[in-house]
Design a protein around this ligand. Structure first.
Ligand SMILES: Nc1ncnc2c1ncn2[C@@H]1O[C@H](COP(=O)(O)OP(=O)(O)OP(=O)(O)O)[C@@H](O)[C@H]1O
Ligand SMILES: [Mg+2]
Length: 278
């Protein structure tokens, strides 16, 4: 797979240990499930790749991974083989038609749903091995605040919380942000509001979340955690069509409203996060 990584000559054993957050590792997470994390991760990766970045998306939702389904890929070698020492990290990396790479967890990862020392070490080693080879590593995490999700997020320099305008999604997003502030001392959390009905809804929602945070969540430093609204993605029937066809929206219909929103999100990320860390 030498075309996937440049340079290709590294192995997991040589990978540096990733015990603290890395620049350019962005976690895509949410409080509630099914809000669009995988859709955003895959299509944002495609948009960033089109802008010239070397991007990899890692399936960090070990127990309920579905990035492979969305991308219509059935890898022979997965993260499971890397975790068990059967394959080298570079063998599990697949180049997608969207111009970015993926590291898929495959179906054998259910046993890694619990955060053991082994899972922590493997996970951290893998991220450490990826970082030198990509401009951006996106972690498509599971929903909620399980140990595995929080550990995955802890390895990222930036966290993107995806939420929809539904009250249940917002209360869960708030709960997640609260934990990220309390446990990980995050000063900045970035929000993406997906499936919005009207222009401006997402910004208003982020503002409301900020108000609740300011009232009820005190950081250790005494400074308020800042929510940064990264963008809205409108509800758009093309998204479901792309998922049903197992294609990337950015390939199938890049000019549809959700596609344009993802392209804007890529530009905003580039301006605010990526250029600062590469
Ligand atoms: N902007 C949108 N417009 C319309 N439908 C959308 C939009 N975003 C997501 N969806 C729908 O929501 C579904 C779930 O999205 P996705 O699988 O990305 O969520 P998820 O957060 O990764 O879920 P999980 O928590 O299970 O990993 C998609 O298959 C799609 O049908
Ligand atoms: Mg998902």
């Amino acid at each position: 797979m030498s075309n996937v990584l440049t340079p290709p000559s590294y192995t997991l054993s040589q990978a540096p240990l990733a015990l603290k957050p890395h620049g350019k590792v962005l976690a895509v997470t949410s409080g509630k499930g099914g809000v669009g994390k995988t859709f955003v991760s895959a299509n944002l990766a495609c948009a960033l790749a089109r802008r010239g970045h070397r991007v990899l998306v890692m399936d960090a939702d070990f127990s309920l991974a579905n990035l492979d389904v969305v991308l219509n890929l059935s890898p022979k070698i997965t993260l499971h083989d890397v975790f068990t020492g059967k394959a080298k990290l570079e063998q599990a990396i697949i180049r997608t038609p969207g111009g970015f790479s993926v590291l898929l967890s495959g179906s054998g990862m259910v046993e890694y749903a619990r955060l053991t020392h082994e899972v922590r070490d493997n996970f951290a080693h893998i991220i450490g091995g990826l970082v030198p080879h990509y401009d951006v590593v996106l972690l498509d995490t599971g929903a909620g605040i399980s140990d595995v999700v929080l550990f995955a997020v802890s390895l990222a320099s930036e966290v993107l919380v995806v939420a929809t305008p539904e009250p249940t999604s917002l209360t869960d997003a708030y709960a997640t942000i609260k934990v990220l502030v309390g446990q990980q001392k995050r000063q900045t959390v970035r929000t993406i509001i997906n499936q919005t009905a009207r222009v401006g809804d997402g910004r208003a929602i982020t503002r409301q979340l900020q108000q609740v945070l300011d009232r009820f969540v005190v950081t250790e430093s005494g400074q308020a955690t800042r929510l940064v609204h990264m963008g809205d993605i409108p509800v758009d029937p093309s998204v479901r069509q792309a998922v049903m066809r197992r294609q990337l929206l950015m390939q199938m219909a890049p000019g549809c409203p959700a596609g344009l929103a993802i392209a804007q999100l890529a530009v905003k990320l580039e301006d605010t996060v990526i250029r600062l860390t590469v």
